[in-house]
Design a protein around this ligand. Structure first.
Ligand code: CS2
Length: 454
């Protein structure tokens, strides 16, 4: 980023942006949405859906200041590069009108949640944040209590993280932290709709910033890049006004969540662990390993599809095929190690739920489980060390060390993590046996040969 010397993208420089870059039609006059979680995903998803409406967003970062500082210096403006088969398409997004740093401006965050100016709070804070009562759930609870105390207008809290029943999950994290009065008020005035969000948005890299600078002739330190596909299915349960988003509003989000989590995210995690072990850098590179695509297709058709009932009008196998096309997009450099992060928080909804619902004939679905276990061991097939970025890293490593080299013992050690592995999976002897056999094959022959012979 040090190499960027051009003037910054701001309201004052917006008129210098070349004509082939799409500009925001409007800049909302006021903020009505508070968004918690300033990651690339928010900037390429909810903020894009909000762009062009008169709903402004205050974008708040829980910990790191980097993104909100970059956005603040640019009047909230940034570019999204859509990377399709014909190259990149850039647009400047204008929906973020203000920023906030939660760790440093807690009082302001609480005042905003309490204020009637804010009508909707949206969240992308990652799976693990809902298990940390000292973090985001407390901020939401304290803000709701303040809103309740002044008898404010109704509030909608909309979770956009990859969790099943994510509205209920958010409510369950927040409600116990409310006092009796605030809780009674919240029962009548706060809703927690669930939503399914989808767009592949890799973490920004120096290439992202350089591409934006070349296209704009201005520097953009908040630029992001994403695939062309985007989807948002939202439970139509708003406590007050609903933003003018071009999303699907429905009463049945659960089926969409399940389809996406088990198919897209489940296969994503599978490829991430296999690819990381095989030394592939990205998901699309992993999919090109001989045998990988065939295994992914069989996983979808034989294991994931029979585990779920898709939303009306959807076919899980066709959906899975379109997901694999998206993963194959060579323009999207989604690193295996990014998707591999936080496995203990992701696999319950991406993999264990599938295994639990299948019950039997779990041979192939045991492969991703084995790949994760080998990945947690910390060594790739060629001996390169692999980082274990996971809130349960310590416990996972300790259990695996105690288990030694035996595949059965390692499977048992990891399935014994009862905080994340549900009973029907932990006690499924068929899946244990199959996972141990896959793990043994991965140990002996590595991912490349295991996939070719699968
Ligand atoms: C990915 C998701 O990083 C991950 O774990 O599986 O971020 C995925 O790219 C999105 O859910 C796609 O909508």
């Amino acid at each position: 980023m040090a190499a960027l010397r051009k003037p910054l993208l701001t309201d004052a420089t917006l008129d210098q942006v070349p004509g082939d870059v799409r500009l925001p039609h409007t800049r909302p006059a006021r903020a009505r949405i508070l968004h918690l979680g300033a990651g690339a995903f928010h900037r390429a998803h909810q903020a894009v859906y909000t762009d062009g409406t008169d709903w402004g967003i205050i974008c708040a970062a829980p910990r790191s200041r980097e993104v909100v500082d970059a956005l603040a210096a640019q009047d909230g403006l940034y570019t999204v590069a859509t990377l399709g088969p014909d190259g990149a398409n850039l647009r400047v997004v204008g929906s973020i009108v203000d920023t906030l740093h939660l760790a440093g401006e807690r009082e302001r965050a609480l005042d905003l949640i309490a204020s009637d100016d804010i009508v909707v709070v949206t969240l992308t804070v990652t799976e693990k944040a809902y298990r940390d009562p000292d973090g985001v759930p407390t901020i939401l609870a304290d803000g709701i209590a303040r809103r309740a105390a002044r008898g404010g207008e109704p509030l909608t809290i909309l979770c956009c993280d990859n969790l099943p029943d994510n509205g209920k999950t958010t409510r369950a994290a927040v409600e116990p932290l409310l006092g009796a009065d605030a809780r009674a008020w919240a029962d009548d005035h706060v809703t927690f709709p669930s939503s399914m969000v989808d767009r592949i948005v890799p973490a920004s890299t120096p290439d992202t910033y350089e591409r934006a600078e070349r296209a704009l002739g201005l520097s953009d330190r908040a630029a992001v890049e994403a695939e062309p596909f985007t989807q948002w299915v939202i439970e139509d349960d708003f406590a007050g006004p609903r933003p003018d988003w071009d999303a699907t509003f429905t009463s049945d989000v659960a089926a969409w969540e399940r389809l996406k989590l088990r198919t897209l995210n489940g296969v994503h995690s599978t490829l991430a662990y296999l690819g990381a072990l095989a030394g592939a850098e990205t998901i699309s590179e992993t999919l090109r390993l001989p045998g990988a695509r065939a295994v992914a297709e069989r996983l979808i058709a034989e294991q994931i599809a029979p585990s779920l009932t898709p939303p009306k009008g959807q076919d899980a196998i066709a959906y899975g095929r379109s997901v694999l096309e998206r993963f194959a997009n060579p323009g999207i450099r989604h690193r295996c190690l990014q998707v591999a992060m936080d496995g203990s928080q992701k696999l319950p909804q991406r993999l264990f739920a599938t295994i639990a619902d299948l019950g039997r004939e779990t041979e192939l679905i045991a492969l991703p489980l084995a790949a994760w276990i080998r990945f947690c061991g910390g060594t790739a097939d060629d001996g390169t060390p692999l980082p274990l970025d996971d809130p349960l890293a310590h416990e996972l490593r300790e259990r695996l060390d105690a288990a030694g080299g035996d595949a059965d013992a390692r499977v048992e050690a990891v399935l014994g993590l009862r905080a994340v592995v549900p009973e029907p999976v932990a006690s499924n002897h068929e899946v244990r046996r199959a996972a141990a056999a896959w793990l043994d094959a991965l140990d002996r022959h590595g991912v490349a040969r295991t996939l070719e012979n699968a």
